[in-house]
Design a binder for this molecule. Sequence first.
Ligand code: SF4
Length: 337
Amino acid sequence: MENTLSKALLEWYQNHARILPWRSDVTPYHVLLSEIMLQQTRVDTVVPYYLRFIDRFPTFRDLAEAEEAEVLLLWQGLGYYSRARNLHRAAKEVVSTYGGDLPRDKDSLLRLSGVGPYVSSAVRAIAFNEKDAAVDGNLIRVYARLNAAVVDVTSAKTKTACGEYFLAHMEQPSSFNQALMDLGELICLPHGAPLCDKCPLKQWCKAFQQGNPLDYPPPKKKNEVRQVRLSVLLVTPKAGHVAIHKRPDNGLLAGLYEFPNVEGKFTLSALRQRFPSLEKIQKVGVEKHRFSHILWTMDVYRCEGDMPNVIVVPTREVRQKYSLPTAFAKLLPYLED
Ligand code: SF4
């Protein structure tokens, strides 16, 4: 029997597939949830969140009936919180429009909140075994190397060409797509030299034959990172308590909780003037937090006193009961005596 790219890839997958919790019980809900959690997030970070999430919300219906605050709390620390909000909305849409069963056609999937072309293709292929290619940066890298193609990884034309290339080779769409995902993560590596000796596709790979896989795709231009300086106030109005505040409903970290803060770098006397109700203001440290395009440098202050428009909560409950993003959670040690 002819050794095709598809056959070689599927055989490799049978022997080398990563063991992942969403693969042990493949349902449309599990696939959608895992794919959304995996966006911009590493697999080993996602696994415990995924397990906690399906334990608390085993079905679309359970998720649809939950309060948003609880969904955000379970998402706390995973970042990109709009994913959690959209997923919650999508679950409600699946229940109200489709009786709790995820639709399998592309147009219906794309109408769900937070579901874009990549997730819809991944769900169709993995959960429904529909012939579809989930094209992301990993797949484009493998495609570019296989074809020694100099491509713009961000262009729609490249995504289309990549999808068409793999569709032309595709058998068993569910395994084929997952095999490519694993190959991109484990063998045809995003950083550093690919492990071509272990690659099941090397006989079809032009970059390997040319001996220059690292030339494909050409390196991306670095994104500009916006630097933001913040002064963050850890206000303890009484022992063992801290003041928190809810962020606006849109923009970065929308609707999550934060410690009171102001943009800019201040001297102690400028801070005292700005917040006359606060006492014993002292600087306790500087922390940084990087979002995709923004770097926060936070001057951290401890102080006592009252503030308007905050809620005062026991310090030890702040992470358990309020969705405090990682950027602020990393300041909690400053509250420990
Ligand atoms: S042979 Fe090397 S460069 Fe080509 S697809 Fe495999 S790992 Fe990537």
